[in-house]
Each structure stands twice: as C-alpha cells, then as structure tokens.
Design a protein around this ligand. Sequence first.
Ligand code: ZN
Ligand code: ZN
Length: 314
Amino acid sequence: MHACGHDAHTAMLMGAATVMVANKDKIPGNVVFVFQPAEEGPSDIDVFAKEKKSWGAKRMVEEGIIDRFKIQAMFGVHVMSSAHTGEITYKAGPALNSADGFRIQMSGKQTHGSMPWAGTDPIVAAAHTITGMQTIVSRQANLLQGMGVVSVGSIHAGNAGNIIPGELTMEGTIRSNSPDIRNSMLKELPALVKNTATTHHVHAEVNIAQMMPVTINNEELTHAMVPALQRASNGKAKELKTGQSASEDFAYYAEKVPGLFVFLGATPPGKDLSKVAANHHPAFFVDDATLATGVRSHVEFVLGYADWTKTKNR
Ligand SMILES: [Zn+2]
Ligand SMILES: [Zn+2]
C-alpha cells in the first residue's frame, strides 16, 4: 500500500460534498469537487517513456479542468501522522518540494580488472559523476532562493568483482522548494553528467523526468483563509515555519490558479508524536475522528472564499 491517507481524503471530500449538496441554497457560486486519481504515483504513468502519458492532476489540467469549470481557486487537505487529530497546519508560499527523477545510462568498454587501460570504466565515471552532482546545489544554486537536493538511489553495473563492466545504469531524484533552483538543477545535471563521462571516455545518456513542481500556496489566499481554518479546527490551526519535503500533484493546480494546500493531523490525542509511524510507513494510521475536521475544512474553504471575494470586490 502507498499508506498516505488517500482513503481518508476521498471520505472527507465525499462528506463535504454531502453537506454542501444538502445546503445548496446557502452556498454562493459553484463548487467543483476534485478527487485525486493517481495520488500514489508521479505525474506520468511511465516517467522515463519517450511518449509520456500523464495522469492525476497533470492530466486533469491538460484536459482543461480549470477552464471547463471556470475554477478561480483550489483547496486541498492532506492527513499527516506528525500532528494530532483535529489540528491543521499550513504555510504560505512554498509548502511542498518539487520532485523530479533522472536515469543515467553509461556505456564504456568492458575489460579485466587487472588491465583497466584496455577498456573504459563506467564505474569510475559514475563515482565522479555522483560526487560532482553534489556541487550543482552547493556551487551553483542561489541558496537565498531556497534549497535543493540531488540523491542517487540506485546503481546497477557488473556482476563480478574482477571485471570492469561495459554498462552502468543509475537513477536518482531531484528535490527543491524553489522553482528557480529546480529549473537550474534540471538544466545543469545533464551537462555535468555528459561532461564528466566524456572525461572518462565513457558515453552517457541522461533521461530527466519532470514529475511535480513546487507546491506554492498563494500568500494572499492563505492569509485570507486563516479564519476559515480556525473555524474548521476550533482554533487549532497553526502556521508552519518550514515547508514539507514531500511532493504533491496539487502543485499543477496551484500553478494555474491561486491554491491552498493544508495538512491535517491524524494521530489520536495523547499519542507521542515522536513514536508514531510516518506517512507511507506500513504502520501509518489515520484516526477516523479527524475526518470531521477535514470535512469542515472543505466547507469552510468554500464559505470563507465566498466571503473574502465579496469583501474584496466591494
Ligand atoms: Zn498523499
Ligand atoms: Zn504519498
């Protein structure tokens, strides 16, 4: 299982839809309920395929959900085991990091480990490449704008300790809380890989998969919705000092219209937060009692947004 709370999110939005449909006469304007297909995956079904097929929020944006329903603002709620039931946390500006992937294939010339001069070594080329990657952020990104991370999580090459293999494949991930840093990392990485490989007489193919942009909560909308969040949580809404390292395809909506994505605590009261399983852990647990706060959040978003736009247009 993905273990992130998708069932809870679906239940909360169903609950909110039930409440709002029953009180249709009290709801100004139109409300679109957008469920989240493909919450568990990246933005494309196969991110490294030549012809990409998107899904989830990216697909819905491509298919015109924003224009079709004349959506003016988007709201989202995600459960988190790092806070207690009924508590809402939010952050204006960058709230969740971008996520992109890369796959690097290096081809050298196989030779025996006793005579490396007779071949070209993709393993040494990869070692230099991985170390070099760590300088993309530390030497080139403007860290006044945010942060960035490049991590290699898989390397496959060779099958005998005394043979230098001809082929190597590695995959990794790129994360940032700044669109500018993200873009510069996506641009710099292929050049660094290719140039490093060339130095070692190895050929490198780099495949970058752009998955999730930085999820940015609109500053003005976020601040305007704080009273709504306090109503939904009985005064238990708190601003976060930093964003979260995870990623969300909600980012695609928030690129098109002002968006606000908030976090809802899901650990029963009294439980020690330092000991609970994080989201995505097999033991991840959502306290059903928090669903009520989630339903209220969705309803309060709608009422709060309608009030706010009324006063803004007055
Ligand atoms: Zn999730
Ligand atoms: Zn998840």
